[in-house]
Ligand binder design. Structure first.
Ligand code: PGA
Length: 247
């Protein structure tokens, strides 16, 4: 079973969300996979209404605040995301880290908020091109993982997404070997911190320019348990063909 997650970013209002679900045909062969969609928060309730008719799709928030409520203009809490139909939360996406300055400490706080409200955290880690060229991939991604693991300790379920920053939205994908190497480092750190059983059952997704044309080779890479797809998840047929590529 693979996890195929679509991160819609700042695309797809309620009307487009409705149209996406009307165009999504998930056949039986796909039913063995776990399908997740992360719409913008204003479209979560619409997506939840649609997903009720198609319970194979589960929903998540793209971002949550760590506080329960308060004077935080523009933010949504984990409880609100849950009320709107989310059961997952993306945390620490590279656009949050690099465009909005989110830190490892804030990622840890958000992980805590997700767990308090029964949202499964999907923690995103990834290095920039400079960091890769400096040979610092493991240092960066394991540092980001450690910050989240400090809070995740003992949590029932969470997912990790390896998303090299240089591959996001650039059309430049990590090779299956690059993905496998980073995933192996993440898995080893999960094992040394949480034990073999937890490390084995924690899905590690690859993200960064995943498309119908390259999905199959990425699914085949070792330690790749699924994909987190941005641009290619906005179209129902393209999302469905990535699901089909998972076999
Ligand atoms: P992309 O985005 O597939 O458009 O590169 C991936 C992501 O940011 O999750």
């Amino acid at each position: 079973m693979a996890v195929i997650a679509g991160n819609w970013k700042m695309h797809m209002g309620p009307a487009e969300t409705q149209a996406f679900f009307e165009g999504l045909t998930v056949d039986d062969s796909m039913a063995s996979h776990e399908l997740l969609l992360f719409p913008p928060s204003v479209s979560l309730t619409t997506a939840a209404g649609c997903a009720e008719r198609d319970p194979r799709v589960q929903l998540g928030a793209q971002n949550i605040h760590w506080e329960e409520r308060g004077a935080y203009t523009g933010e949504i809490s984990a409880a609100m995301a849950r009320q709107a139909g989310a059961t997952y939360a993306l945390i620490g996406h590279s656009e949050r880290r690099h465009v909005f300055g989110e830190t490892d400490d804030q990622v840890a706080l958000k992980v805590g908020a997700a767990l308090r409200h029964g949202l499964v955290p999907v923690i995103c880690v990834g290095e920039t091109l400079d960091e890769r060229e400096d040979g610092r991939v493991d240092e960066v991604i394991l540092g980001q993982l450690d910050a989240a693991l400090a809070v995740l300790h003992g949590a029932d379920r969470y997912l990790i997404a390896y998303e090299p920053v240089w591959a996001i939205g650039t059309g430049r994908t990590a090779t299956p070997a690059d993905a496998a190497a980073a995933h192996a480092s993440l898995r080893a750190r999960l094992e040394s911190t949480t034990g073999l059983a937890a490390a084995t059952r924690t899905a590690i997704l690859y993200g960064g320019s995943v498309k119908p044309a390259n999905a199959q080779e990425l699914f085949a890479a070792s330690d790749v348990d699924g994909v987190l797809v941005g641009g290619a998840s906005l179209d129902a047929e393209s999302f469905a063909s990535i699901v089909r590529a998972a076999g």
